[in-house]
Structure formats: structure tokens, C-alpha cells
Design a protein. Sequence first.
Length: 347
Amino acid sequence: MGSQQKKSNVLLVGSGGVGTIAAVNLEVGGLAEVTAVLRSNHDAVVKNGFHIKSCDHGVLSGWRPSKIVKSIPDVQKENLPPYDYIVMSTKNIPDVPPTAADLIKSAITPHHTTVVLIQNGLNIEKPFFAAFPNNAVLSGVSLIGSHEISHGVIEHDDNDRLVLGPFRNPNLDAAYEEKVAKEFARIYSAGGKTNCTYTADVGFSRWKKLVYNACLNSICAITGLDTGRIRLADGALDALVRPAMEEIRAAAKKAGYDLPPEVVEATIDMDPLTMYLPPSMLNDLRKGNFIEAENILGEPIREAEALGVPTPTLKVLYGLLKAIQWRTKEARGMVEIPPKEDFVAQS
């Protein structure tokens, strides 16, 4: 019973492809008990568990985390023990309410809960610092291929690598932030099935991932082409992908993060061409979901602008993504447009 007391109490929000594998890693190491908040896949998982085909964990049939809930718990109202960590692996879409910080407000214990953002983009910590000034916020940059192909069915085909470190909150002691980050990395790695590395240089890992996300991910979404076909398509690499990546490199350099020139070709060739892998944003569009346009493109462009770095290619991509996002909002009844009028042809 003694060892049970030592398990970290973890709330996981967003149990899709990435979040479910995170939950498996946390549970498999024996150092955490995960409460997973499930929405669209809740009923399927309560009934049958998850069916996971994983390159790290093998086939897991009927797998469940310690607890499954349908909505974010209210720690005070429900008189629950505080969560040590809240892992956010949902899409982060600040232009569609509620925001990620609003979502988890009721589950936060001030001065205690550490928020772990396994999410894409730049400046994602700022709304959390504003909402929870006395809580540590960790950056999780996930390099994984994992998708929920139907409710509760996960296909994990590219090894889980998680780069973890603290976002610097000026209200907190840096040594405390480092301690909780290293502790989470230990809990996450305990099962020995994942590659979780600690880094103090959170900015570098975030800008580096933008070479993929702001460029390849967004261009595949806009064109409807996967990472193999975009390399085969006439002119796409030279006119779109490489220029966008060089703009991210230039902005990162001005921000103090020197990404080597070879990162461009390494990112383009990251997946075997014949894998024909649809990146996450293209998957989201195919499902009719919202895309992470603001954090993946809007924020890097605003940072570049503040630093005086021109980003002509990225701005065009951002404009296209925002128009696509508007289309999804219209489809979901979130924007009002004037009714169509009948125009009589003038003779």
C-alpha cells in the first residue's frame, strides 16, 4: 500500500493519438495514476477500452487508464485530491472558445498542480501564466506518429519521443520548475518504452518543430497532399516548402535560436516518401476539425515581425489557413453571413 501513495495523480485532457500513448507511458511505468477526460470517444472506451496497435507497446486490447471521466473535474466542488500534473494533449486553438486555460480552471490547485503542454506552437504558455500565475507550466514537444482512426482505436506507427522542459514563469523559482520537469520526465520514462528527454532550452525545441509544423504541416493541409506527394508535386518544395522553412530559420536566429541549415532537408526527408503520411493538420481538415493556425503560424509571424524579419511565404500560408478555419466555423454555424439574394438580370 505504501508504494500506492507515491503514485502521481495525473489528469489527462485530450485522449486522441498523442494523449492516449502518453497515458499508456505514464501508467506502464507504475509511477502515475491517470484520470483521462474523454469526450467524443468516451462511450466507446468505457464499453470496450482502447484498442492500441503501437510500435512501442505492441498490441493492447481493451486497455484503460486508471479512471475515465466525461468532463474536466472540479477539484473543490467534488472534494477530490489535488492533481499533481495536468497533461494537455488537445489541439490548442485560441481562436475557438473555450481557451485551453479556461478549460482546465476547475481542476487546478494553485501553488501545487503542474501543467504539461504537449501541444504545438509558440507562446502557448502565456495564457496559462496569466490564468495561473503560481503554477509551473512545462513544454512538451512531441515527435510521434499516432492517430485515433476511429473512436478508441489508436494506430501508433512512429516511436514516441518527448522533449520536456519548463517554460520560465517569472513568479516561480527556476529550481522548482526544473525539479517538477525532471520529475515528470522520470515518471513518463519509467516504463522504458519511450524516449523522453529533459531540456532547459525550451525555445530551441519549439522553433525547431516549427520548421515542420509551420511549413510542411500547413502546406500539406492547404494543398490536400501528404508528405510524400508534396515532394513529388511540381514546384511545391522550391516555391513553398523551402522558402517557408528558411523564413522560420531566419526568425528563430533573430530570436536567439540558431537552427542549422541542414534542418531544412532533414525535415523534408523526415518520413520515407512512400509512407505518404498525412500530417496532423491535414488529418484534422479531412475530419472537418479546426486547425491550429494561430499558434503554429500566427505566433511565429508576430514574433518575426517584432524582430524585423520578413516572412512573405508564411504570411500567405497563414492567410490561407485563416480562410480555411473560417470555412469550418461557417460549417459549424459559428459565423453569420448575410443571406443570399436573388438577383434579376437587367435587360
